[in-house]
Design a protein around this ligand. Sequence first.
Ligand code: ZN
Length: 284
Amino acid sequence: MLWQGRRESDNVEDERGSGGGGRIVMGGGIGTVILVVLYLLLGGNPQALFNSQDSAQLPQQHGQYQNQAPRDEASKFVAVVLADTEDAWHSIFQQMGREYQEPRLVLFTDLTQSGCGFARGATGPFYCPEDQRVYIDLGFFRLLQQRLGAGGDFAEAYVIAHEVGHHVQNLLGITDRMQAARGRVSEAEYNRLSVKLELQADFLAGVWARYADRVKHVVEAGDIEEAMRAASAVGDDRLQSRSRGYVVPDSFTHGTSEQRLRWFRRGYETGDLRQGDTFNAAEL
Ligand SMILES: [Zn+2]
């Protein structure tokens, strides 16, 4: 993938080396004062901050670690890919007559607190709809390369694009419909819905890959195969057959390698959101 020297997204929050739990310690007293000042400096509405002050899981608190760590190659790469997803989805949403709201992306090591609860690096990358953030421990990319045999920059880009795909589903109201189904349907049925959600995120990653290829011209020979290898390497069946230090959240509900590959490819080949309705597809 051609990525050096290209636009980096401003939406990356680098928490690596901050110890993760730091935000909880900062939750009261002088920490709160600093937080409020920072928040105001960043142009925030103070009312919004105080309205949610009762919660220790303030999404606003993320900002304080932003750009603290020196920008290394890995975080630059993530920021470039995130910027590519922003451009792609702004354009696609515009075509639908809608406005795309960019997600934030948190880089962390080992442990962090998200709007969806605590996350360990061991849970793998995930998207939290509550705070509209993608969480990535870069250690997962090493795992992808060393243990799953699916390394390479475009493989990593696919993982980011998949998580951003979950954000797109959130903006389109699909995540809400899933949440509403929870508790109303049997666990088996809910798992089936989860697979459809995951395969659709793969489809959306494919739509992004097409944009990166056809509009940005940043896809190099072998890149698409790299992403497909990654999609296939993180299928439930593959993951379950390995002893591993990491699990993908809901790892039992992501679909098989073959399914993930197929939906990614369909997104890449069509670039047409109407082709990605995994919920009503005759065959997954
Ligand atoms: Zn997913």
